[in-house]
Design a protein around this ligand. Structure first.
Ligand code: AHR
Length: 500
């Protein structure tokens, strides 16, 4: 098969905000305990953080990590996680049915983030708590000193404020599973009043209103319209969440789900702009796609059901990803980049053990799941501006989609380094695709490398015993003549073609 794609130096979608490559760590399953934090592990540093995990996170190049939840945050008292560890309470954790020891709290997480070369996106509890707890947490984290909570932080050993810039106003408040679930009206009012005083404490912070938990929620997109009606002038972003699975083993349909993700983004943009127009506002609210990934294996395979409730460390949502998941993750990354004019932040959910690109063995190794690689490529090479792809590709129909292009692609141009990176997926399970990329306005570029990620078996993954079972390789077939790049994209593959 053959396809043609045109890129033009002048046809810019927008500047890629590096925070589009964010991630998420929740007090859930083994994400924190025996994930990033395992004081008895041979690789633990003086604070108990696993150095092998930190190294894998640093290689991913994640600029921001959302914390501490997720559903967890809606029952969380942040004060439980500060001060001397021996005095911290053990609590029943109702979101994931575990016991929370509070050994890791705000200060420890800020320390971990420094070591991981990342920053913190903090979520506040708008389930069981509200304005008071949220404004106190901003004071504790960001106020220099001389007040009750800022001085408490200093007593706890942190003289300088943490200066946490991005804050989420609760999590998935539209879902009945949420502790303190609310109607859009109830949430909108609470979010507005909370946002207002959080910004009074620190006017430099950015705030994310909780949007729908997914495009299939019955209240979507009315939720966004009502919530933004209350909060438009006090928030900077609205959040989107989505997870996809393939329990029916329909791969063609599964890898097309990024098209639904794009529709979701477009509908939220329209809803934001409708409220903007209604309010006669000049302000632009953007998108934080702060939970996205593939999620279904552990539940479908019955692993989650075996995890005993009320354990100290309860292993849930530990996905053993397979190659086809990496292809959809690649398509989802491309979907985000194609809307980078409005999607300014996004978090792959999550980072370690729980629906994650990194898996740890308690007392043993840490290894990369197959979904690690497309994310790592995008986060390392996908910077500068994103270029609009004009794609002419053969198409197919699947159960839920018509006219699915076999080729999915976006390119970034890093002006500072004068580098182009073309990201491209071939969704075709049977055939390679010869793609002619016309790069209008770009002269004198050479192919630096063509990285290919493919597998002889779409159900293969990386495991504790075979951590490098499926890894990308260099040496893909790409050549450039003038400004025409011709690449062979192997069947069912993720490709990164770098030009300089
Ligand atoms: O990321 C796992 C969970 O998925 C989060 O806690 C919640 O926000 C979502 O439903």
């Amino acid at each position: 098969k053959k396809a043609k794609v045109i890129y033009d130096k002048e046809f810019v979608i927008g500047q890629v905000d590096k925070r589009i490559y964010g991630s998420f760590l929740e007090h859930m399953g083994r994400a924190i305990y025996t994930g990033i934090y395992e004081p008895d592990h041979p690789q633990a540093d003086e604070m108990g953080f696993r150095k092998d995990v930190l190294e894998l996170v640093r290689q991913l190049n994640v600029p921001i990590v959302r914390y501490p939840g997720g559903n967890f945050v809606s029952g969380y008292n942040w004060e439980d996680g500060i001060g001397p560890k021996e005095k911290r309470p053990r609590r029943l954790e109702l979101a994931w049915r575990a016991i929370e020891t509070n050994e890791v709290g705000v200060n420890e997480f800020v320390e971990w983030a420094k070591r991981a070369n990342t920053s913190v996106m903090m979520t506040v509890n708008l389930g069981t708590r509200g304005i008071d707890a949220a404004r106190n947490l901003v004071e504790y984290c960001n106020f220099p000193g001389g007040t009750y909570y800022s001085d408490l932080r200093r007593q706890h050993g942190y003289q300088q404020p943490h200066n946490i810039k991005v804050w989420c106003l609760g999590n998935e408040m539209d879902g009945d599973w949420q502790i303190g679930h609310k109607t859009a009206y109830e949430y909108g009012r609470l979010a507005r009043e909370t946002a207002k005083v959080m910004k009074w404490v620190d006017p430099s912070i950015e705030l994310v209103a909780a949007g729908s938990s997914g495009p299939k929620m019955p209240t979507f997109p009315e939720w966004e319209a009502i919530v933004l009606d209350h909060t438009y002038d006090v928030v900077d972003y609205v959040s989107l969440h989505v997870y996809y699975g393939n329990p029916e083993k329909d791969t063609k349909n599964f890898v097309a789900k990024s098209l639904e993700m794009e529709e979701f983004i477009k509908t939220v943009i329209s809803t934001i702009d409708y409220v903007k127009a209604k309010k006669r506002s000049k302000k632009v609210v953007n998108i934080s796609f702060d939970e996205w990934n593939v999620w279904y294996h552990a539940h479908t395979e019955g692993k989650d059901q075996k995890a005993e409730p009320w354990a100290l460390v309860r292993p849930i949502a530990e996905e053993d990803y397979v190659f086809e998941d990496a292809i959809l993750v690649g398509c989802m990354l491309i979907a985000l980049l194609k809307h980078c004019d409005r999607v300014k932040m996004a978090c792959m959910a999550q980072l370690v053990n729980v629906i994650a690109p990194i898996t740890t063995v308690k007392g043993g190794i840490a290894y990369r799941q197959v979904i690690y690689y497309p994310f790592m490529h995008a986060a390392n090479f996908g910077h500068g501006v994103a270029l609009l792809p004009k794609i002419n590709s053969p198409k197919y129909d699947s159960k839920d989609f018509t006219d699915v292009p076999y080729i999915e692609t976006v390119a970034t141009y890093n002006e500072e380094k004068d580098e182009i990176t073309v990201f491209a997926v071939n969704r075709d399970l049977e055939e390679e695709m010869k793609v002619e990329f016309k790069l209008d306005g770009f002269e004198g570029f050479e192919v630096v490398e063509h990285i290919v990620y493919e597998s002889d078996d779409i159900y293969k993954g990386n495991t504790q015993d075979k951590p490098d079972n499926v890894v990308p390789h260099k040496g893909g077939n790409s050549k450039i003549e003038g400004n025409v790049l011709t690449s062979i994209l192997p069947k069912f593959s993720w490709n990164v073609i770098r030009l300089k």
